[in-house]
Design a protein around this ligand. Structure first.
Ligand code: UD1
Length: 464
C-alpha cells in the first residue's frame, strides 16, 4: 500500500525513508529573520516510551502523531526483532504485539538507544522474563539504570547483570510481578516509566513515590489507561497502579513535543523574529516561557494550543538551574545557552540533572561566544555578535543549540554530527527552511564555506 513502511528488524531503512544521513553536514547562512507558522510534531520522549508500552497489549495499538525520527525507527527495529509487527503510515504507527517471539533484545540496537531499555518493564510484565542489554553511558553522563533494576526487584523480579546484559525473570508459577511500594532516590523519568508499565500487569497495588512528573510520564499513563490499566496520580510525585490481568487494543495520539516547541521559541528569539507555533500545550512549556519572558521575549497565547512570539530587540541575561519537571528542563539547557550568548550581561547555567552536559559551550565559543565552564556550571558573558564557523554537535540538544546559534551568527556555520540531531528533531532543517532560514543539508564532499547559494532551493545536494 502506498506510503506504508514496515519497519525491518535489521538494518536502517534506506536514505529516502530514514532521516539519518551521517555523511551530511548542515550549512547555515546566519543573520536572517524568520517568519510564519511551524507545526510542532509529537513528543519524542512520549513516542519512544509509548512504543515500548505497546508491548503490554495483547492486541493491536494505533499510535497517532508519531514524529519521524531516527530514534523511532531504531526502537521500531528493536521491537520488530522481538517479533512485534509494526506498520508506519506517515505519523500513524500500528503496533501488533500479540505475539512476542523472544525475550532477548538485540544488543547492538539497544546499546545505541537508552530509551529502549525502558522496554524491560513491559517485557517482564508480559512474559515474566527479559534479557535487555545495558544502555551504557552516553555523551551527557553515566546514566545508570539502578533505579529501574531496584524497582523491578522490589516487585519480585530476580535480576542479574552479566556480560553487559540485564537478565531478569519472575520466579514462581504464574510469572507475574507483585505490587510493591517503591521510593525513587531521584525522580527519574525512565525509572518511573519502566516501573509504571511493569505494574500495570502485576498482582496487586504498586505505589511509586518521588515519581517523575514530566508530561511524557502522564502521556504514557494516559496511553496505558486507554488500554485498560488502572493508574492514578500520574503528574504528581505519587503514582498508584493496580494491576489488571491484561490490557486491550487502543488508539492513542501523542502530545506535542515541548522541547521542539521550546527550540522554535528560541529560534524566533535569537533571530529577533515573530513566529507562531501549534499545536502546543502551553502548561507543558511554563518553565520555558517564564525564562524567555525574563530574558525579554514576549510570548502570547494567540489561540488555544497556539503560541506567538513577539520580536525582542534586547535580550537580558538570566540564570538557569535545570531540575526535574516542573523545574527548568535539562533538554532545553543547551538551546538556552545559545540564546544567552547574545544577551546583555552575565548569565549562569547550573546543569544539575546530568553530569556532563555542557560540552556545547566550547563549540559555541568557536562561534564567538564567551563561556567559561567550571564543573556543572557555565558562566556566559553576553557578546554583541556571533560569527559562523565549522562546529561539531556532540549530542542531540547540543546540536540544536549550534543550529540556533548558526541562525543568528554572522556568515556561514557548518554543523557536523547530524546523526544526533536526526535522532530527536523531526525534519528540523526543512521546518526552518519553510520559515525563511537559509539552511541546507549538504553532502560533505560538496561543502564549501566560501560559497553561499543565490537561491537556497536551487541546491542539488539537499537531503530532507
Ligand atoms: C529522560 C529523557 C531525556 C531527559 C531526561 C531528564 C527519554 C527517552 N529521555 O531520560 O530526554 O533529558 O529524562 O528529563 O525520556 N538516574 C540514576 N539511576 C537510574 C536512572 C536515572 O541515577 O536508574 C539519574 C540519571 O543519571 C540522571 C537523573 O537520574 O542524572 C535523571 O535521569 P532520568 O530522569 O532517568 O533520565 P532518562 O529517563 O534517562
Amino acid at each position: 500500500m502506498e506510503g506504508r513502511l514496515i519497519i525491518p528488524s535489521s538494518g536502517l531503512p534506506d536514505a529516502k525513508s530514514s532521516p539519518i544521513a551521517d555523511s551530511s553536514v548542515l550549512q547555515i547562512w546566519g543573520g536572517h529573520r524568520l517568519q510564519g507558522h511551524v507545526k510542532i510534531s509529537g513528543a519524542k520522549n512520549s513516542a519512544l516510551v509509548i512504543m515500548a508500552g505497546a508491548l503490554l497489549c495483547s492486541g493491536e495499538c494505533r499510535i497517532r502523531n508519531v514524529p519521524l525520527l531516527a530514534d523511532v525507527t531504531r526502537l521500531g527495529q528493536i521491537l520488530s526483532a522481538l517479533g512485534v509487527r509494526l506498520t508506519q503510515t506517515g505519523e500513524i504507527l500500528d503496533i501488533d504485539a500479540r505475539e512476542i517471539k523472544t525475550s532477548k533484545a538485540p544488543y547492538e540496537l539497544v546499546t545505541q538507544l537508552r530509551a529502549s531499555f525502558f522496554a524491560i518493564g513491559p517485557m517482564l510484565a508480559r512474559l515474566g522474563v527479559a534479557q535487555m542489554p545495558l544502555p551504557g553511558g552516553c555523551a551527557i553522563g553515566a546514566r545508570p539504570v539502578d533505579l529501574h533494576v531496584r524497582g523491578l526487584q522490589a516487585m519480585g523480579a530476580e535480576v542479574q547483570i552479566e556480560h553487559g546484559i540485564c537478565n531478569a525473570y519472575v520466579p514462581g508459577n504464574n510469572r507475574r510481578l507483585k505490587g510493591a511500594k517503591i521510593y525513587l532516590d531521584t525522580p527519574s523519568v525512565g525509572a518511573t516509566e519502566t516501573l509504571m508499565m511493569a505494574a500495570t500487569l502485576a498482582d496487586g497495588e504498586t505505589i511509586i513515590e518521588n515519581a517523575a512528573r514530566e508530561p511524557e510520564v502522564v502521556d504514557l499513563a494516559n496511553f496505558c489507561i486507554a488500554m485498560g490499566a488502572k493508574i492514578e496520580g500520574a503528574g504528581t510525585s505519587t503514582i498508584t497502579i493496580v494491576g489488571v490481568p491484561q490490557l486491550h487494543s487502543t488508539e492513542y495520539s501523542i502530545i506535542p513535543d515541548r522541547i521542539e516547541a521550546g527550540t522554535f521559541l528560541i529560534a524566533a528569539a535569537i533571530t529577533r523574529s515573530e513566529l507562531t507555533l501549534s499545536p502546543v500545550v502551553p502548561e507543558h512549556l511554563t518553565p520555558i516561557i517564564a525564562k524567555l519572558q525574563e530574558i525579554g521575549v514576549d510570548i502570547i497565547e494567540e489561540a488555544p494550543n497556539c503560541l506567538r512570539t513577539l520580536s525582542a530587540e534586547t535580550l537580558r541575561a538570566a540564570d538557569i538551574e535545570t531540575l526535574p519537571h516542573p523545574g527548568f528542563p535539562t533538554d532545553m539547557q543547551a538551546p538556552f545557552m545559545a540564546l544567552l550568548t547574545l544577551a546583555e550581561g552575565d548569565s549562569l547555567i547550573n546543569e544539575s540533572v546530568f553530569e556532563n552536559r555542557l560540552r556545547h559551550a566550547s563549540e559555541l565559543n568557536r562561534l564567538g561566544a564567551d563561556i567559561r565552564v567550571k564543573g556543572n556550571v557555565a558562566f556566559i558573558r553576553g557578546v554583541p555578535i556571533l560569527s559562523g564557523a565549522p562546529v561539531l554537535g556532540t549530542d542531540l540538544r547540543a546540536s540544536a543549540a549550534l543550529v540556533l546559534a548558526g541562525l543568528a551568527a554572522d556568515g556561514t556555520t557548518i554543523i557536523q554530527g547530524l546523526q544526533h540531531l536526526d535522532r530527536g528533531y523531526d525534519r528540523l532543517d526543512s521546518k526552518l527552511q519553510q520559515l525563511g532560514a537559509r539552511i541546507q543539508r549538504v553532502s560533505v564532499a560538496k561543502t564549501n564555506t566560501e560559497v553561499a547559494p543565490q537561491n537556497a532551493d536551487s541546491q542539488a545536494s539537499i537531503s530532507m
